[in-house]
Ligand binder design. Structure first.
Ligand SMILES: [Zn+2]
Length: 465
């Protein structure tokens, strides 16, 4: 491989935080003491919004909240937020640093995606499987070291999968190989794992044991293994709500992924009040298996839905490619997604109402059109369409994600003592969830970033890097 280094190498640019991705390029507010005054606060815990609050931030930590906060020092930078709402930074858990660029190949877009996620309000994210090997891990380290702007990343290893047609995935040989892969990638720095559609029960069982031995977590986008089987084996989380479940396929063979349509037809016909589904939900809730909602990616496959937000940041060729897919989808009157999307929403809602931990992500894959940052805001809107209140949707996209990741003592809600990861939006998303699109500033560890600067730094080139 010939590496062409375009940036000036190794002099000033090698210093901490220099170069085009450096946090300093995107900072709007940075001061040791900041008082956010007269704000409406939706704190992420599901509590009703509180009006006219002041949030005091010292050295990146929330040190006071209330109608009157004592001890605001004279040197504090005061920001008047009348008419605005402060939310916790989003904690989203089915994110990726790659995107479909054509011919079943995924372009590695970590450089632009990390900036877009932060611009959209995401301050913590789990990547839900990687197709690159080390990029997610390196980005995580560089962001943590303050060399780059971006969310804090729970970095997932390359997928654990059986034989598939995907060029960018390893094929597990057997359960021993699953153990080896987990050991290797955990050593490399991965803090999370993802099982995929063609894994066997034996490989999944081996992977779960190795992952849990290291006190890490493993999720799955499953097919060959049913949700009930995976729950019995001890998986921590299942992806795509119930839309990937093959539990209800009558003639399903063990360890075999039935044709995609077969599973989807059973889900589209499933009764969310019937005993078979309720028994599965009870099993998942009893075993503390979380469920990740990714309605954004399914929406792009469903006819009659609005054009997704954020397409303008794409490379023109990729934008055009998605617009063609969108037109094709619109003409597909027979599409199963017309039933599957609302059914998937009803099933997820039933899981959450039964006491299950519902978490949220966006999955920027499929046929394209799921654009980081913009899609995280869209995911919150879709949770409201699903039947949650705006305050509940915000909790699912913040506190629930942090709870799943085990980071809820540091992030996920607006509480004294937690890290100042905050999203400031114009308007009142507790009434009108679409106001989450009006992001004005994103605080991460008390540093306020300008979403426009982050977006402009990648506009029109998302697809190249
Ligand atoms: Zn995914």
């Amino acid at each position: 491989m010939i590496l062409v280094v375009l940036a000036v190498c190794c002099g000033a640019s090698a210093q901490r935080g220099a170069g085009p991705a450096a946090p300093a390029n995107f900072v709007k507010i940075d001061a040791p003491v900041i008082a956010l005054a007269h704000a409406r606060v939706v704190d992420g815990t599901g509590a009703p919004p509180r009006e006219n609050q002041t949030i005091l931030i010292r050295n990146g930590t929330i040190t006071g909240i209330g109608e009157t906060v004592r001890d605001i020092p004279s040197e504090a930078t005061v920001v008047d937020l009348a008419g605005k709402t402060v939310l916790p930074g989003f904690v989203m858990v089915h994110e990726h640093l790659y995107y479909p660029t054509g011919a079943a190949i995924y372009g590695q877009l970590g450089e632009s995606f990390t900036r877009l996620y932060l611009a959209g309000g995401v301050t913590t994210m789990r990547t839900g499987g990687n197709t690159n090997g080390v990029m997610d891990l390196n980005l995580k380290r560089q962001i943590d070291a303050g060399l780059r702007a971006g969310p804090s990343i729970d970095a997932t290893a390359p997928y654990l999968n059986g034989p598939s047609s995907t060029l960018q995935m390893h094929t597990l040989k057997d359960a021993d190989d699953a153990r080896r892969q987990v050991g290797y990638w955990a050593e490399m720095g991965a803090t999370s794992f993802k099982a995929y559609m063609q894994i066997t029960r034996a490989e999944l069982a081996a992977a779960i044991a190795e992952v849990h031995k290291r006190r890490l977590k493993i999720t799955g986008h499953l097919c060959s293994v049913t949700y009930a089987e995976a729950a019995d084996l001890g998986i921590d989380d299942l992806e795509h709500g119930f839309l990937a479940a093959t539990d209800f396929v009558a003639d399903k063979k063990p360890d075999d992924c039935p044709a995609q349509g077969a599973g989807q037809r059973t889900i589209a016909a499933l009764d969310e009040t019937g005993e078979p589904f309720k028994a599965l939900v009870r099993n998942l809730v009893d075993k503390h298996v979380a469920l990740t909602s990714t309605m954004t990616v399914f929406e792009t496959l469903t006819p009659g839905r609005p054009m997704p937000p954020g397409l303008d940041v794409l490379l023109p060729e990729l934008k055009q490619q998605f617009e063609q897919n969108y037109a094709r989808t619109a003409q597909n009157r027979e599409s199963i997604y017309k039933t599957l999307l609302p059914k998937g929403m009803a099933l997820e809602r039933a899981f959450a109402r039964a006491g299950g931990l519902l978490i949220a992500g966006t999955d920027p894959t499929g046929g394209g059109g799921v654009i980081p940052g913009y899609s995280n805001q869209r995911q919150l809107e879709l949770l409201v369409e699903e039947g949650f209140t705006p305050v509940e949707a915000i909790m699912i996209g913040t506190f629930n994600g942090a709870t799943y990741l085990g980071r809820d003592s540091q992030v996920g809600s607006i509480v004294v003592g937690k890290q100042a990861d905050l999203v400031i939006v114009a308007g009142d998303p507790s009434k009108t969830i679409a106001d989450v699109r009006n992001v004005e500033t994103v605080f991460k560890k008390g540093v306020g970033y300008d979403p426009q600067k982050l977006i402009e730094s990648v506009r029109g080139r998302v697809g190249l890097w």
